[in-house]
Design a protein around this ligand. Structure first.
Ligand code: PMP
Length: 382
């Protein structure tokens, strides 16, 4: 079990910081605490944290160190990508294409751009609940400056064919830029940025056992971007403010730790996924919404006539933590599940179970035992 009294199955919302990241953060806060821009030795030491972090991450992502920027998280990286590209390329065109199931940090930023006069085209999945490359290509025209599609959806775990979209869109119009919100797939699905067709990529530390409040933006060399903030000249003027060296150190330590075991983890998630599906299959009240097109570490399901929040709090009594939709939408009706064609009743009763590196089969047995208990004892919706 994950912890004596806790079965944490909400790892897509956030993860527990790993010991290596905690150690790196504490060391940076208490020893290498200088300002990376200072000219003296303490500054040099702090700067080494940045350099080292970029070295680790760029070698894993197969990009140049100068193409990486640290931000306060993927929300900022996503906003910076949308607003920054819209501003920098506004003379070229005003159409931006996004998928209809992006995280709110893309959806809401796009809404603001729309109010300011940009044309936002949202691509929906088809009836089979999958996205098709042609549907992105069809809406790209000569006025399109950016296409943004997430790597893995945070609510259902659906994998979008991002590399194929990037390639096909560029075949039609080579100057269109491609951004991906890679948060839920970062280090979990293989990605090599060099020659990938990806121009911008957002990721976040706290989904991979790093600290909250730190993320990154990959920006391909030669792509222009207007910054969100103005101030000192840090990070090539693109993301100014004193470098958050302690969080960056924690981020890099978490990346290294996770990446070293990534293959093992994915196998572990596949086993857990199969195990959970086997346990759930005989329960007629449960409908699983995830399939082979989804990552194995996220399972989205609906339970007949029991509202998500009711079941969530019921499970909580037994120390089991799951999510109703995504943590970001905090109980709001999920536009993601709606776009994916789930019925209102299925959306109101949906739960997201997301595995972590420490999740065990026994955790899932406990989960299913209490799901069954909930099904037989909780008040049913009319
Ligand atoms: N995109 C996706 C797909 C996410 O799941 C999240 C986190 N819920 C974010 C962006 C935002 O990341 P952060 O918490 O680092 O701002």
């Amino acid at each position: 079990m994950s912890d004596t009294a806790e079965i944490y199955l909400d790892n897509s919302a956030t993860t527990k910081v790993c010991p290596a990241a905690v150690k790196a953060v504490v060391e940076a806060m208490t020893q290498n605490y200088g300002n990376a821009a200072s000219l003296h030795r303490k500054g040099y030491e702090a700067e080494q944290i940045l350099i080292q972090a970029k070295k680790i991450i760029s070698s894993i992502l197969r990009c140049e160190q100068q193409e990486l920027y640290f931000t306060s998280g993927a929300t900022e990286s996503n906003n910076l990508s949308l607003f920054g590209i819209a501003q920098a390329y506004r003379k070229k065109g005003n159409r931006i294409v996004i998928s209809a199931i992006e995280h709110p940090s893309i959806m809401e930023a796009a809404k603001v751009l729309e109010q300011q006069g940009w044309e936002i085209v949202r691509v929906f999945p088809r009836q089979d609940r999958n996205f098709y490359v042609e549907d992105f290509v069809d809406v790209v025209n000569e006025k399109t400056i950016l296409v943004s599609a997430m790597m893995v959806n945070n609510e259902t775990g659906l994998i979008l064919p991002i590399l194929e979209i990037a390639k096909a869109v560029k075949q039609k119009y080579p100057t269109v830029l491609f951004h991906t919100d890679a948060v839920q797939g970062f280090l979990k699905l293989p990605i090599k940025l060099k020659n990938s067709g990806i121009d911008l990529l957002s990721a976040s530390a706290h989904k991979i056992y790093g600290p909250k409040g730190i993320g990154l933006l990959y920006l391909k060399k030669g792509v222009r971007l207007t910054p969100l903030f103005y101030g000192g000249g840090q990070q090539n003027h693109l993301r100014v403010g004193t470098d958050s060296t302690a969080l960056i150190a924690g981020f890099a330590a978490a990346v290294k730790e996770y990446h070293d075991k990534a293959q093992m983890y994915i196998k572990h998630y596949q086993q857990l996924n199969e195990y959970l599906n086997g346990l759930i299959e005989p329960i007629s009240e449960i409908t699983v919404h995830t399939s082979k097109q989804h990552v194995p570490y996220i399972v989205n399901l609906s339970i007949d006539r029991i509202r998500s929040e009711i079941m969530l709090h019921y499970l909580e009594q037994f120390g089991i933590f799951v999510s109703s939709g995504s943590a970001c939408s905090k109980g709001a009706h999920s536009y993601v599940l709606g776009a994916l064609g789930l019925s209102d009743a299925q959306i109101d009763t949906a739960l997201r179970i997301s595995f972590g590196t420490q999740t065990t089969c026994q955790d899932l047995e406990q989960l299913v035992k209490h799901l069954k208990g909930g099904i037989s004892s909780l008040a049913k919706m009319k």
